[in-house]
Design a protein around this ligand. Structure first.
Ligand code: GLU
Ligand code: ZN
Length: 297
């Protein structure tokens, strides 16, 4: 494990929720973990609304999340950015990759891919059909990036070494969908760079996305942040808490016990009296005593 130095004034972390519903305990844990790690280092904590996929967005969810964060005492240090307003930046990045000859159109349907591919680490491994037999851009098409099998490896602050060979583990992946929506993998990389993020603290469900993001960062000449993937909160059925699994919203009227539960989930050991205080005494304790070494991994 990397030692985590206490004061790092250049530290810039972020919380990047998708506005598909209110904060639930799972997203609260990601918010709290990223916030405490930033504050512990005396760094900045930014919030970015990942509303790139307008079809998944629930009206009012973004402002609802921001309201919940405020009421939970989690203040962000710079203006919130919205991915829905950043298509120009994503297109610019796509053009840079295209100039490197790495982008190709793909007209395959889900069914065609399902019939011709194997399951990899993160769903189907696209078999490269449209790379071998170029698709006509006159038809509606997604844009994919050509990957390779050079190992991409990084040291996760909590989980240690993680490595993938993109071509065989995930395949050539989509950067822009056929409906024109930019893929999460591209948007997150462009925005982490634009916001000069030095530390990405998020759920371990995104651990297997990180090599794709590092691949794009390398090609785009962006710095590679440090990554810390937190354990994922699951329900009694072992499913990740999410809107799809009907996770309950965090209620701000009794925020303190939920914040205490979140730090407990992250292995922190607040004294029982913490519940007798208020939100500001909670945060004071939590910031001073934050210890990554206590998180289960
Ligand atoms: N928007 C993603 C989510 O809500 C998180 C992206 C990230 O932290 O990189 O799951
Ligand atoms: Zn194709």
């Amino acid at each position: 494990m990397k030692s985590t130095q206490l004061i790092d004034l250049n530290y810039r972390g972020r919380f990047a929720p998708s506005p598909t519903g209110p904060l639930h305990f799972g997203s609260l844990v990601a918010a709290v973990g990223s916030y405490l790690d930033a504050k512990y280092h005396h760094g900045k904590w930014l919030v970015r609304i990942e509303d790139v996929d307008s079809q998944r967005e629930v009206p009012g969810a973004a402002s609802g999340i921001l309201y919940q964060l405020e009421r939970l005492g989690m203040e962000w240090d710079e203006e919130v950015i919205y991915q829905s307003q950043r298509s120009g930046a994503y297109l610019e990045a796509l053009n840079i990759l295209n100039k490197q000859g790495l982008i190709y159109p793909c007209t395959c349907s889900r069914k065609e891919i399902a019939d011709s591919s194997i399951i990899g680490l993160n769903g189907r491994v696209y078999p490269g059909t449209c790379l071998k037999n170029p698709a006509s851009i006159k038809n509606v098409h997604a844009l994919r990036i050509q990957t390779n099998n050079d190992p991409i490896q990084f040291e996760d602050i909590l989980n240690g070494t993680y490595s993938q060979r993109l071509k065989s583990d995930v395949g050539d992946f989509v950067l822009r969908r056929a409906d024109g929506i930019y893929a999460y993998q591209l948007a997150v990389v462009v925005d982490d760079a634009a916001q000069n993020i030095t530390h990405v603290v998020r759920g371990a469900d995104l651990l297997d996305s990180t090599p794709r993001q590092i691949f794009l960062q390398q090609l785009l000449g962006y710095p590679i942040p440090q990554y810390l993937h937190l354990p994922v909160v699951t329900n009694a059925r072992g499913e990740k808490l999410s809107k799809q699994t009907n996770a309950a919203s965090i209620t701000i009227s009794n925020a303190l016990p939920q914040l205490v539960d979140a730090v407990h989930f992250l292995g922190q050991q607040p004294p029982p009296e913490i519940l007798e205080g208020n939100i500001s005494s909670f945060w004071q304790w939590a910031q001073q005593n934050w210890s990554v070494d206590l998180i289960a991994h």
